[in-house]
Ligand binder design. Structure first.
Ligand code: GDP
Ligand code: MG
Length: 372
């Protein structure tokens, strides 16, 4: 912990390690791919690539383990669960447009246009199969949440505008998806535009190791127009096929675990957290803990804003009942009773204070984009 090798750093940065080694050599520093680099050097290197190095806080790494909140599943309790999808890509290539287009195309008639509230995640049904989409900038979904012990992505959709091609944040997104070891589906967007050149996108992505299926590789390239809703089916079909191969499973029977995607303070109902439930089933009356917040689930709303009794595997839900507003990225656990919840929160508070003091010592490095 708190250390990174030049090789790993190069990978996160999306550049060749040899390039960095050469750079450093010319400055009189002899390093190898296995050399451990420090924060100062990392910042210096990242600067040349328009990237930013952040100190990763490690406080909650042990949260679930420390309090024995993680448990093994019996094989017989496992059932199929919906894939969780994150959409990544360079700014303005159409991430938000794609997320919105899929959602709009899949709401029942009566609701169309009625959904205006901002939620952290939503779920659709395609050919009888559920798919969950997470509305979080890719880098957060991959780095911050993972650092807190939650992976909120099974499949990454990489949006690349066909009139613009591969750009710095495209490369960064590839590095994130690769280090999280999740499959990537390429959405070649804006094919309606003049100057759109899908084959250029393929060629450019080849250079980053993403070889199209039709050229003998294993990466699906789907040509779409998010703006005009063109070929969203192609994206959804590919997600389902990819998900099937992953054989995603979960245990709905145990106490729930989830991730806070968004949170806010509502003047009428109090703290509200948009939670993506990953394991177990979250129910009204459950005692919950997330970071420095705890409480009892008073109400649950689904992603359409309707009251619901429970939320299970890969399902998003608005949770009402926390005593304070938890932070986005906090992992949420259902625990046995309120005393236990309080004890955990006290520990987390202590850890966070300690961590603030020790920040300098406890760093590990994550390369994040400046604007995503
Ligand atoms: P994001 O930054 O990746 O979330 O990109 P947005 O979804 O905000 O899109 C950026 C701009 O590109 C907006 O003006 C969109 O209307 C436009 N845009 C997105 N998808 C398409 C598309 O398929 N075709 C065209 N012509 N424009 C698009
Ligand atoms: Mg956007």
């Amino acid at each position: 912990r708190g250390e990174i090798t030049l090789g790993n750093f190069a990978e996160k940065l999306g550049v060749n390690a040899s390039e960095l080694i050469k750079k450093l050599f010319l400055k009189g520093q002899m390093l190898t791919i296995n050399s451990v680099i420090d924060m100062t050097l990392a910042e210096e290197l990242a600067d040349d690539y328009d990237a930013m190095v952040e100190q990763e806080e490690v406080e909650e790494m042990a949260f679930g383990e420390k309090f024995n909140l993680e448990s093994e599943d019996k094989e017989s309790d496992l059932i199929e669960r919906a894939p969780i999808i994150t959409i990544m890509g360079h700014v303005d290539h159409g991430k938000t447009s794609l997320l919105d287009a899929i959602r709009e195309a899949n709401v029942a008639d009566g609701e169309a246009g009625g959904i205006t509230q901002k939620i952290g995640a939503y779920q659709i049904v395609k050919d009888g199969k559920k798919i969950s989409f997470v509305d979080t900038p890719g880098h957060e979904a991959f780095t911050e949440m993972r650092a807190r012990g939650a992976q909120v992505t099974d499949i990454a959709i990489l949006v690349v505008a066909a009139d613009d091609g591969v750009m710095p944040q495209t490369v960064e997104a590839i590095a994130h998806a690769k280090s999280a070891d999740v499959p990537i589906i390429i959405a070649v967007n804006k094919i309606d535009k003049e100057g759109a050149d899908p084959s250029r996108v393929k060629n450019e992505l080849m250079e980053h190791g993403l070889v199209p299926v039709e050229w003998g590789g294993d990466v699906e390239f789907i040509e779409i127009s998010a703006k005009f809703g063109q070929n969203l089916e192609g994206i959804l079909d590919t997600i389902l096929i990819t998900a099937e191969m992953l054989e995603l499973k979960g245990n709905p029977k145990k106490r729930a675990k989830g991730v806070v995607m968004e949170s806010r303070l509502d003047p009428k109902v109090g703290p509200i957290a948009d939670v993506l439930v990953q394991e177990g089933t979250l129910k009204i009356g459950d005692i919950i803990v997330a970071g420095e917040s705890y409480g009892k689930v008073r109400a649950l709303l689904n992603d359409k804003g309707e009251k619901t009794e429970a939320a299970s595997l890969s399902q998003p839900a608005e949770v009402i009942g926390f005593n304070t507003v938890p932070e986005a990225g906090d992992v949420m656990y259902v625990v046995q009773n309120e005393q236990h919840a309080r004890r955990i929160v006290e520990e987390v508070e202590k850890d966070r204070k300690l961590n603030d003091q020790n920040k300098k010592k406890h760093i590990s490095l994550e390369v994040l984009s400046q604007h995503m």
